[in-house]
Design a protein around this ligand. Structure first.
Ligand code: PRP
Ligand code: URA
Length: 217
C-alpha cells in the first residue's frame, strides 16, 4: 500500500498490488461483460478489505488447539459495520462480506442528480449499535465526493467511534473535497485517476459503476 497521500492528500491510501491493478485494468475495459465485471468488483473488494482492516484492534484470548492450550488474538469489541452507498456500493459489499461474514451491514440510499450532481437520499438503515462499531463505508466511485460526503455526514450523526471509506477509483477533486469535509476519515482506493470530466465522470475511469455491475445501460 502506498500513502500516495503526500502533502496534498493526507488521508489517502492507494492500495498498490499487482492483483488489484490487473483486475482493475480488466474492469476498465469497455468490452468486459457484466458477469465478469461484477465478479471482479467482488474480488477487488476482498483485497481492499484486507488493507482497510490492517490496524483493527485485537484482544488476547485463551483457546485450546488439538494439542494444547494457548493464548491467541481475535478482533476485539463489537467489531465492524459495513455501510454500503446504494446501489453500486453493494457490489463492493459482497466481496467485503466474503472476508468478514459476521460484519453488520447498513445501507445509505443515494443517487446523484445527473444535472446538479447533488446527492439525493432515498433510504437510510444502519444497525442500532453502530455507535459501538468501527464503520467502513463502501462505494466504488469517489467522483465529486458529494455522495460520500453526504453519506459519511449522515452516518456520523449516529456516533460510530471510527469511520473509513473504501472505493475502487477516486478523482483528485473528490479526494480534496472529501478531505475538506471529513479530515478524520481515511480514504482507501485501488487507484487515483486523472480528473473529472464535464459530466462529473472519473477519467479515464471505468464508466458508471452501478450500470456496469447491474447491466442497466
Ligand atoms: C455513483 C457512485 C457513487 C456516486 C459517485 O452512484 O456509485 O455513489 O455516483 O459520484 P459523486 O462522488 O460525484 O457523488 P450513482 O449516483 O450513479 O447511483 P447508483 O449507485 O444508484 O448507480
Ligand atoms: N459515478 C460513477 O459510477 N462513475 C463515475 O465516473 C462517476 C460517478
Amino acid at each position: 500500500m502506498t500513502d500516495a497521500s503526500t502533502d496534498r492528500f493526507p488521508n489517502l491510501h492507494v492500495v498498490e498490488h499487482p492483483l488489484v491493478e490487473h483486475k482493475l485494468t480488466l474492469m476498465r475495459e469497455v468490452s468486459t461483460p457484466v458477469a465478469q465485471f461484477r465478479q471482479l468488483v467482488r474480488e477487488v473488494a476482498m483485497l481492499l478489505a484486507y488493507e482497510v482492516t490492517h490496524d483493527l484492534p485485537l484482544d488476547e484470548v485463551e483457546i485450546e488447539t488439538p494439542l494444547m492450550p494457548m493464548r491467541a488474538r481475535k478482533l476485539s469489541g463489537k467489531k465492524l459495520c459495513l455501510v454500503s452507498i446504494l446501489r453500486a456500493g453493494n457490489g463492493l459489499l459482497e466481496g467485503m462480506l466474503d472476508l468478514m461474514p459476521s460484519a453488520r451491514v447498513g445501507h445509505v440510499g443515494l443517487y446523484r442528480d445527473p444535472k446538479t450532481l447533488i446527492p439525493v437520499e432515498y433510504y437510510y438503515k444502519v444497525p442500532h449499535d453502530i455507535d459501538e462499531r468501527e464503520v467502513i463505508v463502501v462505494d466504488p466511485m469517489l467522483a465529486t465526493a458529494n455522495s460520500a460526503v453526504a453519506a459519511v455526514s449522515r452516518v456520523k450523526e449516529d456516533g460510530p467511534p471510527n469511520i473509513r471509506i473504501v472505493c475502487l477509483l477516486a478523482a483528485p477533486e473528490g479526494v480534496e473535497r472529501f478531505h475538506d469535509a471529513h479530515p478524520d476519515v481515511p480514504v482507501y482506493t485501488a487507484a487515483l485517476d486523472e480528473a473529472l470530466n464535464e459530466k462529473g465522470y472519473i477519467v479515464p475511469g471505468l464508466g458508471d459503476a452501478g450500470d456496469r455491475i447491474y447491466g442497466t445501460k
